[in-house]
Design a binder for this molecule. Structure first.
Ligand code: PMP
Length: 350
């Protein structure tokens, strides 16, 4: 090690799913939406003037904050927007998790959480989900420095009922509790309903899945004005202009089209339920996903074998080579045609 290297912060980074290149592949590995964003997004994009880029963007992203506040029936001072929900959650770790006690999140959940905790030197513990991958709410009834969990959970797709989420909140009113709702629009129940009762609750959602805009990088957190103010203070102490102008404008367009939003979600949910049906008949089992993916294991053939065979066929799904997950594949719900190609291949292969 060179002397100057000793002051370098050492981290083991999060590894996102592969972004393979090519036209003919079927991409079911990073939970993107298979349908395009709302038509108004494309229209606004075409009408956009490049002169817009000359000036700095609105640091408060007011355009987007206003439509989100209206959409969710909350105050404008209750909305924080960031560059993807990763940005929002990262800021939230930095802002809210500064105690001595360990923060808590499930052992099976979003694999970015331990990375942020390590990066910001936050102590953490990871209560194990049960043998059916369900979060045990009682594990969170103890002294801690804060709590975060995805709901529905990733990569399982399992939802923790709203009453159980509230039980966790009721037992944890002295710390900040973050519910990461990246997948909630695909059939989950949002903890936004609990906001009026819990000032320490932050609900985080994203445009990356249900609004088909992973490439624009838009996420948001909704909580009490005091939580949001604290997040803003930290953000403005780091980078004032996180969200670029096109994201603000196009994101606002996406929220306006409620009909398209509902139609796209319904299509994905229908395809998911049909996929559950044929995969079950093929010898797969999976938790009852309320997200836009299935977390599936086969009764006979190892997940890794299937993963590799699919990849050869240019069908990409996600495989996690880690304890508890190594028997499973996480398969994003694509279009009907994509799922049909998957079905045909699996039928022949298995
Ligand atoms: N939370 C969970 C549970 C996720 O799976 C993801 C997607 N990787 C994110 C947050 C972050 O998504 P984005 O930054 O695209 O909003």
């Amino acid at each position: 090690m060179k002397p100057w290297e000793k002051n370098i912060r050492k981290v083991v980074p999060y590894v996102p799913g592969e972004q393979p290149k090519g036209d003919r592949l079927i991409k079911l590995n990073t939970n993107e939406n298979p349908y395009p964003p709302a038509p108004g997004v494309e229209k606004a994009l075409r009408e956009m003037d490049a002169d817009l880029f000359r000036k700095y963007p609105d640091p408060a992203s007011s355009l987007l904050v206003d439509v989100l506040a209206e959409q969710y029936g909350v105050g404008k001072d209750q909305v924080f927007v960031g560059v993807g929900s990763d940005d929002v959650i990262g800021m939230a770790f930095l802002t809210f998790f500064n105690g001595e006690e360990p923060i808590l999140f499930p052992d099976v959940s979003y694999s970015f959480y331990p990375v942020w905790a390590e990066l910001f030197h936050i102590p953490f513990e990871t209560p194990a989900v049960d043998e059916d991958f369900k979060i045990r709410k009682e594990d969170y009834y103890r002294k801690n420095g804060g709590i975060i969990f995805p709901n529905p959970n990733a990569p399982t797709g399992l939802e923790l009922g709203l009453m159980e989420v509230e039980d966790i909140l009721r037992h944890n009113q002295d710390v900040v509790v973050i519910v990461d709702e990246a997948y909630v629009d695909f059939g989950g129940h949002s903890a936004l309903a609990l906001l009026p009762r819990y000032e320490n609750l932050l609900v985080v959602q994203t445009f990356s899945k249900s609004r088909s805009m992973a490439g624009m990088r838009i996420g948001y957190g909704i909580g009490s004005p005091r939580l949001i103010q604290a997040l803003q203070d930290v953000r403005y102490s780091y980078n004032s202009y996180t969200m670029n102008r096109p994201s603000q404008i196009l994101g606002a367009e996406a929220v306006k089209d409620k009909v398209y939003f509902r139609q796209t979600l319904d299509k994905i949910i229908k395809t998911r339920e049909e996929t559950k049906d044929w995969m079950g008949k093929m010898g797969f089992s999976f938790p009852d996903s309320k997200a836009n993916f299935l977390f599936a294991t086969h009764e006979r053939v190892p997940a890794k074998t299937i993963f590799q065979a699919l990849k050869k066929e240019q069908i990409y799904v996600r495989y996690f080579d880690t304890p508890r997950l190594e028997d499973y594949l996480r398969i994003t719900i694509g279009t009907d045609a994509e799922m049909e190609a998957l079905r045909r291949f699996l039928e022949a292969f298995l």
